[in-house]
Design a protein around this ligand. Structure first.
Ligand code: COA
Length: 215
């Protein structure tokens, strides 16, 4: 497959695309979100996705397509957008899962604080995932490049991402795109880190820093 066979486009507010978003979100977290939200995970996320102005909204996401089929997704937002985002959309759709989600969030609060700390000027990559059968063909790279273009258009000064320390494939991809590790969680050096914050100054243009406009 050549790079020109891959199309990147803005996500649309439909339930089908919301289900895709939920599935890629879960893949990007290595199954973590399905555990967090429980059995109603897809229903909660796909409904929240349809709403504007929050971090899991269709507004934040781009899809990659090959021959008209969605094969991958990336999402992200600026630090400023995050401040203005509504924080209760998921709660509204959580219904009877609300208590379960609140309890688990309380347990993982220190990690969530690390994940949701942004510097002024940051454009944060929230989720990136590609269908397993389509990996290793440049789709992840093209999605990352398209979101970087979006970040530059918002005058952001830094691209930021959190990655599981054991996720060597993703770390290599980000390093190739010019990201470097700047922080780790847990912060203590007594234990190995679970999560790494990687950033890239947007003044830096890396190899392949030319992308087609998003459709
Ligand atoms: C991480 C992930 C998104 C990468 O997506 P991808 O589409 O495979 O990414 P790319 O194809 O652009 O790059 C992956 C590798 O394929 C290679 N590659 C890219 N284009 C290629 C092509 N046309 N032919 C052969 N190899 C190619 C790249 O050089 C890269 O190699 P590297 O691992 O040695 O750096 C994907 O593995 C994934 O969805 N993983 C599960 C979810 C996840 O971990 N998300 C990240 C959370 S932070």
């Amino acid at each position: 497959m050549s790079q020109s066979d891959i199309t990147i486009r803005q996500a649309r507010p439909t339930l089908d695309e919301g289900l895709k978003f939920a599935s890629y979100m879960n893949s990007a977290s290595n199954g973590g979100f399905a555990k967090l939200f429980g059995k109603r995970f897809e229903e909660i996320i796909s409904n929240a996705y349809l709403e504007p102005n929050h971090d899991l909204s269709y507004e934040t996401a781009l899809f990659a397509e090959v021959d008209g089929t969605i094969v991958g997704m990336i999402s992200g937002y600026t630090a400023e957008q995050y401040q203005a985002f509504s924080k209760d959309v998921v709660k509204r759709f959580a219904g009877r899962s609300k208590l379960r989600i609140a309890l688990i969030y309380a347990m993982i609060a220190p990690m969530m604080r690390f994940l949701h700390t942004y510097d002024d000027g940051d454009f944060y990559v929230e989720f990136l995932a590609v269908d397993e059968a389509q990996r290793g063909q440049g789709i992840g790279s093209k999605l990352l490049q398209a979101l970087e273009d979006r970040a530059r258009a918002t005058q952001s000064t830094q691209f930021a991402i959190d990655v599981a320390a054991h996720n060597k494939v993703a770390r290599r991809l980000y390093e190739r795109h010019g990201f470097a590790m700047v922080a780790r969680w847990p912060r203590t050096r007594i234990v190995s880190p679970n999560i790494l914050r990687m950033t890239k100054p947007l003044s830096l243009r890396t190899q392949g820093s030319t992308s087609d406009a998003v459709n």
